[in-house]
Structure formats: structure tokens, C-alpha cells
Design a protein around this ligand. Structure first.
Ligand code: ADP
Ligand code: MG
Length: 181
């Protein structure tokens, strides 16, 4: 996905970064949630060369700060953590929604999950709705002209291509939802 509108490395970047996170699993096992997320974020920042490293890295680190010291998290904690993660990407990337980035999966999925939570739905269902909204948001990036990152260099030629970061985020949320199930 990163080939027609970028430099073909998004999948490679994330495989390297999360491979390194996986190697820290034993360390993270003994950490509270906030510290574990911080460990993951710092590992991403230090192992991923592309823009997605500092962006996802900041998301995990700021998400971790939101859950500092916690040994357990409930649905409200999870959404509070994602609020911090979204804010981190917005700040770090100087980006907003509708610029064809990972935010176009992150923001609508968080909105959908908050709405489902407010309707009193159970966590598994809330996550399932988040995943659906993330993929819809990722698909919507095909209709957007990118104004941030490498995809902005191709301008309107990027129309019709789904943003790699919005896609990787949708996969991540899907994995979390699957684990919860
Ligand atoms: P690079 O663009 O440096 O090659 P990657 O290919 O790993 O890095 O990641 C590209 C993804 O990062 C894009 O698909 C987009 O979702 C996201 N991205 C790039 N720049 C920004 C930004 N300024 N704000 C938010 N997300 C961004
Ligand atoms: Mg790239």
C-alpha cells in the first residue's frame, strides 16, 4: 500500500518495530500497563525509521502515561488511553482528520466506540464497532488527497489509494478486539 503513494516501507517498518516490541515481552510482562505501553512506544521510536515510528511511538507513550500505574484496565480506561494516543499523533504529526493519515482510522473508530460505550454496550461489542469504523475510515482515505507525509508529494495521483497508516491502525484495533473476544 505504501508503494504507489509512498516509499514502500510501511509494512517493513512496522514488522521491524513490533518485532522488537515482541522481544521485550518478557520485560513487559512484569510492568504495569502504563509502563508496558511506554516500553512499546520507546521501542517503536528507536527501531522504526519512517514517520510511523515516532507517530505510533508517541501514541503508545502518551497512551501509557494516561494509564500510569494501572494493573488492570476497563473500557473507560481503554478509551481514555486512546484519547491520549490520538492527541499524541495529532500533535506529533501536526495533522487533523481528513488528511489521509492514520488519524482517519483512529478518530472515527474512537468516536464510534465512545458512542457505543455511552449506549451501554458491552466491551466486546464496543470494540467490534470500533473495528468496523476504523476500516470504513481507512477506506475513506481513498477519496482524500493527502496533505501530510510522503503521500502529499503525489497529490491528486494518490486518489483511489488507501492510506497505509490508516490500514495498519485498523489491523491493530482488530487484533485488540480479537484478543478481548
Ligand atoms: P514514511 O512516510 O516516513 O515512509 P511510513 O511509510 O512507515 O513512514 O508511514 C506512513 C504513514 O504514516 C502514512 O500512511 C500515514 O498514515 C502516517 N503519517 C505520515 N505523516 C503523518 C502525519 N504528519 N500525521 C499523521 N500521520 C502521518
Ligand atoms: Mg513509507
Amino acid at each position: 500500500m505504501d508503494q504507489p503513494i509512498g516509499d514502500s516501507d510501511h509494512g517493513i517498518n512496522l514488522a521491524r518495530g513490533f518485532g522488537a516490541v515482541k522481544q521485550k515481552a518478557a520485560v513487559m510482562e512484569g510492568q504495569d500497563i502504563g509502563t508496558a505501553l511506554k516500553t512499546a512506544g520507546m521501542t517503536l521510536v528507536s527501531t522504526v525509521g519512517g514517520a510511523s515510528g515516532p507517530l505510533y511511538g508517541s501514541a503508545f507513550m502518551k497512551g501509557g502515561m494516561a494509564l500510569a500505574g494501572k494493573k488492570e484496565m476497563n473500557l473507560d480506561d481503554f478509551l481514555y488511553m486512546l484519547d491520549a494516543a490520538v492527541e499524541a499523533v495529532k500533535q506529533r504529526g501536526k495533522a487533523v482528520e481528513e488528511e489521509a493519515t492514520m488519524l482517519d482510522a483512529m478518530c472515527p473508530s474512537l468516536g464510534a466506540m465512545k458512542a457505543a460505550r455511552d449506549e451501554g454496550k458491552a466491551a466486546a461489542e464496543v470494540l467490534a464497532e470500533g473495528v468496523k469504523a476504523a476500516w470504513a475510515g481507512a477506506a475513506h482515505t481513498k477519496d482524500l488527497v493527502a496533505t501530510k507525509g510522503r503521500a502529499s508529494y503525489v497529490g491528486e495521483r494518490g486518489l483511489g489509494h488507501q492510506d497505509p497508516g490508516a490500514t495498519s491502525y485498523s489491523f491493530m484495533l482488530e487484533v485488540v478486539a480479537g484478543a478481548l473476544k
